[in-house]
Write a protein that binds this ligand. Structure first.
Ligand code: ADP
Length: 459
């Protein structure tokens, strides 16, 4: 009734004022009643027309986009306008807030390293993040509302999605064929499904490498172990002469040494993988290391090769871990001796390059390596000549250790080789890890120089 009373009052006031005015105007022409009625009627009509106009303006605003404020009228229509506008603005604020939250939520899913895709009850794509788009080869905009099974056709994925049993993840090759995907589906809402995808190519590769590694190590250990077991049996069952006994024991010792070498190399590799990178504040003398490894090479060669080693000033230093660097250099030099026939030449060199980097090199005139093997040489247990490697006590891990040490020191390993002509292995250390230490000035000499200068000045 609150809307009716002010109107009745306004109508009544208009009727009275209009009637009074009509009466005043009608009295001189002797028609006071008629003009009073006319005046009252007109006044009520004007009030009703004004009221209708306000209502029409409010309806026009409501029909529009409501970008501007509602008509600011007094009274009933003004009140309605104000309240409707307030309700609309509150709702708009709520909607804007929800929109922002949804955008933040989607941005968080977008930032996920895993693929996320939402499917409706008809397996149509409602939304997917860019990782899922990449995994499944989709276009997030173009493929919206497309049936996912029309776009991702891997049979294991299609049957898994349609099986409605989503306990385990399904693993299959991605549509581009270069990635292995692990996909987990979860049902939610009214038949909708959440599809989570993960690229497990690297994990699979690492697993395969681990499996290969274990198989290789087992094989490498089993062979000498079988030989030793055979010899033990021979020693215990057969009456051998002293010469035969010595021979068997020497062969057993060779096989044991082989296992020891393998275990030592495996431990070195494990240590290299598990310890932090060597810092750049521990300096090692290059000359001392060269002298050390060339000495080792000579004792291994026992005069069978011509071994030439550069002599380097103690002031030339490399930043790194001495034991690691020595192990890498020793492996290269050992290989040179082992893969170079008797009478061959081995050069162990060092040079400071113009850009400040330092290059350690081992050049031999040995059997060389065919080009196709070069990229795989640093793989664990990769051997070009398996029998020669084993005969000479190789483990197949030497260059793999070298690669690790080189990487940990920010250096680069370069291999050049020609079958029948020989090989050159170079390790190039970056300038930041190489220094030439100026000798500290001799205090006695400095004193002499100062007195000489003083004498010259007095003269
Ligand atoms: P290994 O213990 O078998 O020597 P490495 O990892 O040190 O293992 O070397 C891998 C393979 O590379 C060797 O088996 C050998 O075939 C080849 N190789 C390494 N150094 C030389 C070299 N100086 N000359 C020829 N072949 C080499």
């Amino acid at each position: 009734m609150a809307w009716l009373l002010p109107r009745l009052i306004a109508g009544l006031v208009a009727l009275l004022v209009g009637g009074a005015l009509g009466y005043l105007i009608g009295s001189p022409v002797h028609a006071p009643v008629l003009s009073m009625l006319l005046g009252g009627g007109c006044a009520v009509g004007v009030v009703a027309a004004l009221d209708t106009l306000r209502g029409v303006r409010l309806i026009a605003w409501l029909r529009g986009p409501q970008d501007e404020s509602a008509p600011r009228d007094a009274g009933f229509w003004g009140e309605i306008g104000y309240r409707v506008e307030r309700a609309i603005r509150l709702r708009e604020q709520g909607a804007a807030h929800e929109k922002t939250r949804l955008a933040q939520f989607l941005a968080a899913i977008e930032a996920s390293p895993n693929g996320v895709m939402l499917l409706d009850a008809n397996e149509q794509i409602e939304w997917c993040n860019s990782v899922a788009a990449d995994h499944f080869g989709l276009d997030p905009q173009r493929d919206r509302l497309q049936r996912v099974t029309n776009l991702v056709r891997a049979p294991s994925f299609v049957s898994h999605l349609q099986s409605q049993r989503y306990d385990d993840a399904v693993v299959f090759r991605g549509p581009r064929g270069d990635a292995t995907l692990s996909v987990l589906v979860r049902a939610y809402g009214d038949g909708q499904r959440l599809v989570l995808s993960q690229d497990i190519t690297e994990r699979e590769r690492a697993d395969a490498m681990r499996r290969d590694f274990v198989a290789n190590v087992s094989h490498e250990i089993r062979t000498p172990l079988t030989v030793v077991a055979g010899f033990i049996e021979t020693l215990s069952n057969l009456p051998l002469t002293d010469v035969e006994r010595k021979r068997v024991l020497s062969l057993m010792s060779q096989q044991t040494q082989r296992m020891q070498n393998l275990v030592a190399d495996l431990l070195t590799l494990a240590q290299l993988e598990g310890s932090p990178r060597p810092t750049v504040d521990r300096w090692v003398s290059v000359g001392r290391m060269l002298a050390h490894v060339s000495g080792d090479a000579r004792s291994l060669s026992q005069g069978r090769h011509e071994i030439v080693a550069a002599t380097v000033d103690d002031a030339v230093q490399i930043a790194g871990a001495e034991s690691e660097l020595l192990s890498a250099l020793a492996n290269l030099v050992n290989n040179a001796v082992r893969y170079t026939p008797d009478g061959g030449r081995i050069e162990i060199g060092w040079r400071l390059c113009p850009d400040g980097s330092g290059e350690f090199s081992v050049r031999d005139t040995g059997m060389g390596i065919a080009r196709e093997h070069l990229p795989r040489l640093t793989e664990r247990f990769y051997r070009v000549d398996g029998s020669r490697s084993r005969e000479t006590g190789g483990t197949g891990l030497g260059l793999s250790i070298v690669k690790h040490v080189v990487q940990r020191h920010g250096a680069v390993l370069d291999i050049a080789s020609e079958p029948g002509k020989g090989s050159t292995f170079r390790i190039v250390f970056p300038a930041a890890r190489v220094r030439f230490l100026e000798p500290a000035p001799d205090p006695r000499r400095q004193l002499e120089a100062t007195s000489a200068e003083a004498a010259a000045d007095t003269r």
